[in-house]
Design a protein. Structure first.
Length: 206
């Protein structure tokens, strides 16, 4: 079964830069329990698929950035000797939880701003980010359902965006490069496989 999800990315900045301690909103997302004053606290959840995109780290990152306008993400523990709800990896070994977090940390670099993505909380959860200095446009989409989802993206105010490189993590892929998605007339279409997270990365020209 296939359902459809449409998302508009108007391209207007809606929050302070990621990682900018001088101008960012006074919130950070950290894995503290209980949280320190002025912080949002949460454990980062399980490592095994599909937990990272259904209720754990992927969902937490999306909610923190898209709903909470958070400007930083600081895991309480980066690694431990065994899988835990706190750490992002096990010693030097990446897990599906690690790769899910990397869909954000690898592409959304300090100085980027979250921009409008409407709706951000539909069946496919979508967040969009723009680093104006570097010209990097990033869209992260999560499909936590067990069905294919047709994702239709419409862009505005992102000049020169011609294509998007796509990277996917799923039950069988770990941040795998899966090709380029063309952008024609400011629109792009993509088939989201069940229980997957995809980061789309492209360049704009001011």
């Amino acid at each position: 079964m296939k359902t459809k999800s449409a998302c508009r990315v108007p391209g207007r900045g809606v929050c302070p830069p990621v990682g900018d301690s001088h101008t960012a909103a006074p919130y950070a997302f950290v894995g503290l329990s209980p949280p320190a004053p002025g912080h949002i606290g949460a454990a980062l959840g399980g490592h095994d698929w599909p937990a990272p995109i259904q209720k754990d780290v992927g969902n937490a990152l999306h909610n923190a950035l898209a709903a909470g306008n958070c400007s930083a993400f600081a895991p309480w523990q980066v690694t431990e000797s065994s899988k835990s709800i706190h750490a992002l990896m096990t010693m030097s070994t990446y897990t599906p939880k690690t790769y899910t977090a990397m869909h954000y940390t690898k592409f959304i670099r300090p100085g980027a701003r979250r921009i409008d993505a409407e709706p951000g909380f539909a069946t496919v959860q979508v967040g969009a980010f723009l680093h104006e200095k570097d010209g990097d446009a990033t869209v992260v989409a999560l499909n936590p359902t067990d069905q294919n989802q047709a994702l239709n993206l419409s862009f505005r105010n992102l000049k020169g965006l011609a294509s998007l490189k796509a990277y996917r993590t799923s039950a069988s892929e770990n941040l795998a490069a899966i090709g380029e998605v063309p952008v024609r007339d400011n629109k792009a279409a993509f088939e989201m496989t069940p229980q997957s997270i995809v980061t789309f990365s492209g360049k704009i020209h001011p």
